[in-house]
Design a protein around this ligand. Structure first.
Ligand SMILES: Cc1cc2nc3c(=O)[nH]c(=O)nc-3n(C[C@H](O)[C@H](O)[C@H](O)COP(=O)(O)OP(=O)(O)OC[C@H]3O[C@@H](n4cnc5c(N)ncnc54)[C@H](O)[C@@H]3O)c2cc1C
Length: 398
């Protein structure tokens, strides 16, 4: 019987794990199923572009995985039973349970609407495609002079505010940041950010913790009410509640706790990657939810699973940061170079070259998903019978 590997989620990380495993393991030995709710790859890093009316290249999985041996299952994951080793899915035909021997959990994250009254009811978001399309439709209906308030001064908030201001110079765009504008950046980075934000005419509310969202305004901690025809909520991402509802060991926020091979510390048949995983990075700091650090976790997990099944050497993929690539509209950008643990250093790249750099990074990330094995040896390794045996053999190789 073939060893059944199920990968949940075909985003930046899950698609890479599935593609890499298919390239490394023989089809007679493993059955790889990739479960995803949507039929095409969504470039989450471009959701602010989608929201402002730009069209993204279609990337159907049927083309991406053609001939790879990966079976694509279009379905919504509704639960995981890590003791019974099954995944509950539902599709147009109904509900089903899929049994696995090895599970890779890569369901990513969505927006975080918890904690502030009115967010879920009144705010818009760009953490995924449905949210971005809803905002796109709303922005298109706004008249000149109406106000859009982007709440959240992190990377996503900066990208959203600048993209909207550039695409719709007729709107009044504001940014509400909990701290100072770009206060984690280097002095040169902050200076450039202020210059671009000023040129785009964005009103910045600094140290403005938003404590409530109404239909036509946001309210800050000091009681100030900022008018907002549209509020865009970008205060961070939250993981889907599926892992937390299972017996897996998770953090308070629901991320799966994994070891350095991305294997669950509580259930060795389960691996977690990307936003869904709590991974310790350099300086004993958890990696932030990003492609920058998520993609290497996918390489590490795929390498570790293949090694454990074939008796190979466990990989040691470096998990570290090099830069933060921030788009500031289509014509401007900021590349902030950072230490391995993501702290800004003095060097930055700005202006048009930074915008081009960021575009190359986004294209490269999508290309890497479609070509997950670039640079890997093409030889598929044999899975030994006892290692392929469900669960126990995999555990015994720990
Ligand atoms: C606007 C924006 C800009 C960003 N910019 C950057 C950037 O510049 N650099 C950077 O490093 N990171 C950036 N990020 C963050 C980055 O996109 C995420 O960290 C990354 O997508 C995480 O990858 P992932 O594979 O863990 O999850 P995802 O890419 O979210 O993939 C998860 C997959 O699981 C599927 N799925 C989810 N739930 C279910 C379910 N129940 N059933 C079936 N399928 C399901 C989804 O459809 C999706 O295909 C940005 C994010 C946003 C929203």
């Amino acid at each position: 019987m073939r060893h059944r590997i199920i990968v949940l989620g075909a985003g930046y990380t899950g698609a890479i794990v599935a593609g890499r495993l298919a390239k490394r393991l023989r089809r007679e030995d493993v059955a790889i199923t990739l479960v995803n709710a949507e039929p095409d790859f969504v470039e989450r890093v471009r959701m602010h572009q989608l929201a402002t009316g730009q069209d993204l290249s279609p990337r159907p999985f049927s083309e991406m995985f053609a001939g790879t041996g990966v079976e694509l299952r279009l379905a919504k994951v509704t639960g995981v039973d890590v003791d019974g080793k099954t995944v509950a899915v539902v599709d147009a035909k109904g509900a089903e349970e899929l049994p696995y021997d090895t599970l890779v959990y890569a369901l990513g994250s969505g927006w975080n609407a918890e904690g502030v009254p009115g967010v879920a009811e009144h705010a818009y978001e760009i953490a995924g495609r449905p949210g971005a399309l809803r905002l796109r439709e709303r922005l298109a209906r706004l008249d000149a002079g109406q106000t859009v308030v982007v709440v959240g001064g992190g990377l996503t908030g900066l990208e959203a505010a600048t993209e909207i201001a550039e695409a719709r110079p007729d709107l009044d765009v504001a940014l509400a940041a909990g701290g100072g504008l770009g206060d984690w950046l280097s002095p040169k980075g902050r200076e450039h950010l202020r210059k671009v934000v000023g040129k785009l005419g964005i009103t910045v509310h600094e140290h403005a913790a938003v404590t409530g969202v109404e239909a036509d305004s946001v309210v800050t901690a000091d009681g100030t009410s900022i008018p907002a025809a549209v509020t865009v909520w970008t205060t961070g991402f939250a993981v889907h509640p599926i892992a937390k509802a299972s017996a897996l060991e998770v953090t308070g926020t629901g991320q799966i706790v994994v070891d350095e091979t991305m294997r669950s510390v509580s259930h060795p048949d389960v691996y977690a990657v990307g936003d869904a995983a709590m991974v310790m990075g350099p300086g004993d700091k958890p990696l932030r939810m990003s492609c920058a650090s998520g993609i290497p976790t996918a390489w590490q997990a795929a390498g570790a699973i293949a090694a454990r099944l074939t008796g190979g050497k466990l990989p040691n993929t470096p998990l570290r940061y090099f830069n933060q690539c921030i788009s500031l509209g289509r014509k401007e950008g900021l590349i902030q170079y950072v230490t391995a643990d993501d702290r800004a250093v003095g060097a930055v790249l700005t202006g048009r070259p930074a915008a081009v750099y960021k575009e190359v990074v986004c294209k490269g990330a999508a290309w890497g998903v479609a070509n997950p094995t670039f640079g890997l040896p093409t030889r598929r390794r044999r899975v030994t019978r006892e290692r392929a045996a469900a669960g126990s053999a995999v555990k015994s190789l720990a």
